[in-house]
Design a protein around this ligand. Sequence first.
Ligand code: UT7
Length: 309
Amino acid sequence: MGGSIIGWGSHLPELVVTNADFAARLDTSDEWITERTGIRERRMGGLTSTMAIAAAKVAIDRAGIAPEEIDTLIVATTTPDQAIPATSSVIHAALGLRGGAFDLNAACAGFAYALVTADGLLRSGQRCVLVIGSDTLSSVTDQEDRSTAVLFGDGAAAVVIKADDSDHFLLAYDLGVDGTLAPVLYQDHGGYIHMDGREVFRRAVRAEVDSITTVLDHAGLSAADIALFVPHQANIRIIEAVNQRVGFDLAHTAVILDRTGNTSAASIPLALVEAADSGRLRPGDRVLMSGFGAGMTWASAIIEWGVSA
Ligand code: UT7
């Protein structure tokens, strides 16, 4: 049982917040933020649901399907609009969907978790799954705290996955979580994100390297077989450290964090959608996505790109 991503789309809020904007009101500088993270600007505003709806409409249009053809909607998010109901309910209604829908919280690894879940649904007989990653981390970040405020942004991206007769889609995956590391990155109800940045950095590099090594091994592939690496977009130094250890190079890596900051569950699909929109993906290309985040969670997935851009 195979499938393809037949539609993709993204949405970013209009408000651009540059490093200079932060430097004007916090004890930070463009130089510090750029050198330590690679981030130059990020987008802020909107709701997780409204951004997700906008991204999904583009993806559904591109797929050329009717919304009723979608069997299940999975929304990867850590910042739902409300505690109850799930944000996927709101999105489901706005898009006029018919099948089931649920939120999935695996933080910045959420999109890769959702892709693996979608693959399972296709294997159990569903024909079409809509997967969205959408997060508004700016709404849970203390904009006066320089150690977190400069890192996060808002955004959403979506893909439509359709079953087909090929035997390709998800070639291999690895999902993980280490709950003993929950204290390194958390948000209390109603509060702001707290993060031990240095510890997250260290753990993230280790988790991603192990996870990528595992999926390559499961798929029987090597780094050279991967046409595009789409990592979670948290920090260019994390991406470079992982690349160096795994054997990827930046020419084969999708990077958007300079323009978006860390958008949590939206970060991998935003980078994937940009790569697809710019014609970087060709049928048969193997794409490796890998994310890590609060939990600590991690997830890696290798898919085969199946349609012409
Ligand atoms: O999606 C997963 C979530 N998070 C991440 O992936 C983040 C992972 N961690 C990181 O990306 C990096 O650890 C940070 C970007 C958060 C920090 O970079 P770092 O190189 O690890 O810096 P640091 O935490 O060791 O801090 C170095 C210094 C500190 O000052 P002292 O103690 O050396 O005097 C910080 O107070 O930089 C200071 N600092 C800042 N200075 C200017 C922290 N934030 C800022 C800032 N501007 N915005």
